[in-house]
Design a protein around this ligand. Structure first.
Ligand SMILES: [Zn+2]
Length: 197
């Protein structure tokens, strides 16, 4: 616990410095990932620090945004990334779509944040009991445009059905891994950025 408090204090100091005077170069992806891990730890314990939510912060980022991470996650009402990672205004560039799949528009959004805003880290965040994945596993006729989401999830569902264990749980994890690989190899923008670290 003491170690966590020390780490959290160091993190607060680091992010405080970041908020006071954003460096010209963003922190590395590894550093940002650690920030998010600390934030998620606070979320898990219900001990939010709620930084970057003040009026001053809103004024600070009004003219320019420099988010330190891009998060692709599900539209599910239970996984808002700013709360899951205890981040504030201007910290995360969030792309949300049922099942956290990456179609053309999602890829374009991620490319924009990586290339134009300089966010050094992309997180693909899946979650337990995902109803989008559950729907894709269940199958059947899809009304309206839901079929597009299910079609994007179908490769992960097909692999999951070949594995032992709960098919939905397997598909959720496989979908995240496949989406990460999709982003990592997406030409011409993200693959180049990934190759450069
Ligand atoms: Zn979901």
């Amino acid at each position: 616990m003491k170690r966590f408090i020390r780490l959290a204090a160091a993190l607060v100091a680091a992010v405080g410095a970041w908020a006071a005077e954003p460096p010209k170069q963003p922190p590395s992806a590894d550093v940002v990932l650690e920030w998010l891990r600390y934030g998620n730890e606070r979320h898990a314990q219900g001990k939010y620090v709620y930084w970057h939510q003040s009026l001053d912060r809103r004024r600070e980022v009004a003219g320019e945004e420099r988010p330190h991470a891009i998060v692709l996650t599900c539209s599910d009402s239970r996984v808002p990334p700013e709360l899951v990672f205890d981040q504030g205004i201007g910290d995360l560039y969030v792309v949300r779509v049922a099942g956290n799949v990456a179609g053309e528009k999602e890829l374009g959004s991620i490319e924009y944040a990586a290339q134009e805003l300089g966010a050094p880290l992309v997180v693909v965040l899946g979650h337990q009991r995902c109803s989008a994945v559950h729907t894709a596993v269940k199958g059947g006729d899809m009304a309206g445009h839901l079929g597009a989401i299910v079609a994007s999830l179908s490769p992960a569902v097909a692999r999951a059905k070949e594995l032992p264990g709960d098919t939905v749980d397997q598909a959720i994890q496989i979908n995240v891994k496949m989406t990460v690989e999709q982003l990592r190899t997406s030409e011409p923008v993200l693959a180049k950025i990934a190759t450069n670290g």
